[in-house]
Design a protein around this ligand. Structure first.
Ligand code: EPU
Length: 418
């Protein structure tokens, strides 16, 4: 298990360039299979989830070449039944292959996805939408088998019972080559939904309204290869701003869309951190001990659930009592038990964490149980007294590019052990 050994008490200072967004990358990579001809994707982060997706596409017969943070993907022929089980279960976004393969070849056979253990992660809204588009779907023995009833999927009006990022993206992928018009209502508005729409439109698709709660997709028979650079990862950026705050430092994240960071920036300002934006950069400078705040996660543009765990870590040593409510996932407080090893006073009741800030956390051996739990423990370790050994960092590698290298460049005292 990979481990990061972090010596706390060294504030982070300097600039950090944010990598491409994980959750965009894992949507645009399968989307490239929809094009006739090669697609070049840029700003793709060098992370575990991308490596897993590349392996999946290659196992299915696609040509995938990587160079300079970019990927060239060409898929003249892919086998919709050759989706490899071991890779699929390493991540969540493998379910996008359902939408893509149905759109492309009218059939798909995809093992149920894996990903972070943050509570039940149903895919009923994906299935409901695909059925509305004219697919027969059967789930048995851990595999989803889907087949279009006619040659192409048929456009439909789909109302999502819960606002789901994954279902919105999957249905956009499926509908863009369907016959007729699809409308997704109560759609997710996350920036990577918009990023995917930009790619599909560049390929010759007709997606209107991405970024609002109603997305209209006029299907087209053919899409062509393009070049597309994905947007920056605002969760990585948020993690650096929170790390600056927790360590008492001053960090500027570069290459971001500041608007995407506003929910986190607003809470940091409330907590007493100076946060300023300048062009495509956002700077967070700590001004003494943080103050307690109340946080509730919500779909975009609310406070992102993916930044909740690092935020909780920050608030563990803020002055006063903070309340953090997780409204998206049932099991996203697994990092709290580890923070308690570091001296945090946190009580979890259902989906709410009550945090009584302590003056300082103390270093301890801790274990990352999922991606953002790992990020949270790193944030906590930076502001703690003494050394914290964060085990399970392979979870962190799934979503953060070169976390140890970036920490070192900002002045963190970090050692990575295999
Ligand atoms: N939900 C359903 N039925 C569905 C789909 C979702 O009930 O068919 C529920 C979920 O149980 C959850 C809520 O709807 O309570 C939102 O789930 P959503 O589908 O939006 O999540 P997701 O698409 O599986 C993506 C990100 C997550 C991020 C969530 C919410 C990817 C690959 N994953 O997951 O990212 O937390 O959206 O923003 O895009 C992470 O990066 O650490 C991460 C977990």
């Amino acid at each position: 298990m990979a481990k990061l050994s972090i010596q706390g008490g060294h504030p982070l200072f300097g600039q950090v360039r944010v990598s491409g967004r994980k959750n965009s990358a894992v949507a645009v990579i399968p989307a490239a299979l929809l094009a006739d001809g090669p697609t070049r994707l840029d700003n793709i982060p060098n992370i575990g989830d991308v490596a897993a997706y590349v392996a999946i596409l290659r196992a299915m017969g696609a040509r995938v070449e990587g160079a300079d943070g970019g990927l060239l993907i060409e898929a003249e022929r892919v086998d919709p039944r050759a989706v490899p089980y071991d890779r699929i279960t390493q991540m969540r976004a493998s379910y996008y292959l359902l939408g893509v393969l149905l759109a492309r070849q009218g059939e798909a056979e995809v093992p149920l996805p894996g990903g972070c253990d943050i509570g039940p992660r149903p895919i009923d809204q994906h299935i409901k939408g695909l059925r509305a588009l004219g697919a027969e779907v059967d789930i048995s023995h851990g595999v989803v088998r889907a087949r279009a009833r006619s040659r192409r999927l048929l456009g439909a009006r789909i109302y999502l019972d819960v606002t789901s990022v994954g279902a919105t993206i999957n249905l956009m992928l499926a509908a863009c080559r369907a016959e007729g018009t699809t409308v997704i209502e109560n759609a997710a508005k996350e920036p990577h939904v918009v990023d995917l729409a930009t790619l599909l439109n560049a390929m010759g698709g007709h997606v209107v309204g991405a970024g609002t709660d109603a997305i209209r997709i006029h299907g087209t028979d053919r899409l062509h290869g393009v070049e597309h650079a994905i947007i920056a990862d605002e969760i990585e950026a948020a993690t650096w701003l929170l790390a600056a705050a927790a360590s008492g430092g001053d960090v500027t994240v570069e290459g971001v869309i500041p608007r995407h960071l506003e929910p986190v920036a607003a809470k940091l300002r409330e907590a007493g951190v100076a946060v300023e934006e300048d062009g495509d950069a956002v700077r967070a400078a700590a001004r003494g001990r943080l103050r307690a705040v109340t946080v509730k996660t919500l779909p975009y543009p609310g406070f992102p659930t993916d930044a909740q765990q690092p935020m909780t870590a920050c608030l563990a040593s803020a002055e006063g009592n903070s309340v953090v409510t997780e409204s998206i996932w049932d099991g996203r407080f697994k990092h709290v038990e580890e923070l308690k090893r570091m001296g945090a006073h946190i009580r979890v009741e259902g989906r709410t964490a009550f945090i009584e800030g302590v003056p300082r956390l103390s270093g301890a051996p801790v274990q990352a149980t999922d991606l953002r739990a790992g990020a949270a423990l790193i944030v906590a370790a930076l502001g703690a007294d003494g050394t914290t050994d964060v085990g399970g960092c392979e979870h962190v590698d799934r979503g953060y590019e070169d976390i140890a290298g970036k920490l070192l460049a900002l002045g963190g005292q970090v050692r990575r052990e295999p």
